[in-house]
Write a protein that binds this ligand. Structure first.
Ligand SMILES: [Zn+2]
Length: 79
């Protein structure tokens, strides 16, 4: 008795380079952070985009908050 099928059903995970830190990260369904190697690298990359959007949002919010003349009452006079 000799097993004719020597191939493993599970192939080796393909390694890709993490765009954040440059480490080898497995490109596999198990790696939900791909193409990143870890969650940290993914968060860092997302943080860059988030911070960029936050700056624009912050400026708009700050400009709107600093606009004089707009004084909305807390309780509407509908009583
Ligand atoms: Zn990484």
């Amino acid at each position: 008795m000799s097993p004719s099928t020597a191939k493993s059903p599970i192939a080796k995970p393909r390694l890709v380079r993490c765009p954040q830190c440059g480490e080898q990260a497995p490109w596999a369904p198990e790696n939900s952070f791909r193409p990143f190697c870890s969650e940290r690298c993914q968060q860092i990359d997302l943080g860059c985009w988030a911070s960029d959007g936050y700056r624009i949002t912050g400026q708009l919010s700050d400009d709107e908050a600093g606009t004089p003349g707009l004084d909305f009452p807390d309780t509407p006079p509908g009583r």
